[in-house]
Design a protein around this ligand. Sequence first.
Ligand code: HEM
Length: 357
Amino acid sequence: MASFKLLYTTLTLLALLSSSTFCSGFPSFHFGWGNGGGGGGGGVSRPIGGRKYSGLFPGFYSHTCPQANDIVMSVLEKAISKEPRMAASLLRLHFHDCFVQGCDASVLLDDHPTFKSEKKSVPNKNSLRGFEVIDEIKSKLEQTCPETVSCADILALAARGSTILSGGPNWELPLGRRDSKKASLNGSNKNIPPPNSTIQNLLTFFQRQGLNEVDLVSLSGAHTIGMARCTTFKQRLYNQNGNNQPDSTLERSYYHDLKSVCPKTGGDSNISPLDRTSPMTFDNTYFKLIMSGKGLLTSDQVLLSGNLGKTMELVKHFADDHVLFFRHFAQSMVKMGNISPITGYKGEVRKNCRRVN
Ligand code: HEM
């Protein structure tokens, strides 16, 4: 144990020292693939958004697995070119991981004699996707750098890579998360905001994780890619307020289009794009659509219609300025990725992301 501790400390120091650039208030975001190592830019993470230092840093795998990010990117390229929606599914996995006992890959665990899988929770069941892609990344990483790269870091790398490959921003990604030895079905049911949330609800869910209004709006911008099932927005079409009327904030022609995808009875698994204009491209159309009453989920539209000054203003700014949105998205992704990571000697690096070792 003592020699393991010494090795760990030495590697950590080496990796820290080898990182050369510091980023100031914002993560430097740049287009392309970032650096070859696990870090994506080689800068030391300064806490972004005012959170205390999480113990993670971009160069964490610089010595132990410099190919980590390249391996992740090569699997992602293949998976996303086969099915562009996979980028969205992988981005969402990181979110559903981080909001439940922190970014510790708990979301990836299957049922175990002592706990139930988060995959069975209401927000996740028949909904979360991409587990096979994570398995493939993990098995490639185990071949090259056995027992080194955690499943929690794989989720973070896959979320960033998916954003980049869909046309979105790149950012310096702090790494060094370790994997949990348990999952929380209850935590998953309690902590992931439902799609019919009010603006106040949304903010409460985010604040519980140490995130603020800016994070709420910028991270909701992830809905610029991907799909949602009818069951998640049906209420808006037929009975928004218990009076058998549609949601009045829903633009008329969009409402009619949605009704054809999502009939009053049945069709609950039919899907519709969250951003109908460019569902596979990471851009700021999501915010432009909200501005014209074409947000798909209640939780999307209330960012504007919820009468909360700050979020309304942000939606307008992000609709006007995609560079501003990209910058804030990158910043908030780092912040979300810093939610209660397991570091040091706690937790483990799973060999198979679906099971504890
Ligand atoms: C603000 C609160 C949020 C709510 C209420 C919410 C809700 C939802 C719902 C209901 C779906 C559709 C699921 C289904 O039909 O099976 C969805 C999809 C998605 N969400 Fe969110 N979400 C939120 C925030 C986020 C955040 C923070 C991210 C990532 C940073 C994210 C990324 C995604 C993506 C990319 C998809 C599409 C997934 C796919 O196509 O497979 N969401 N979300």
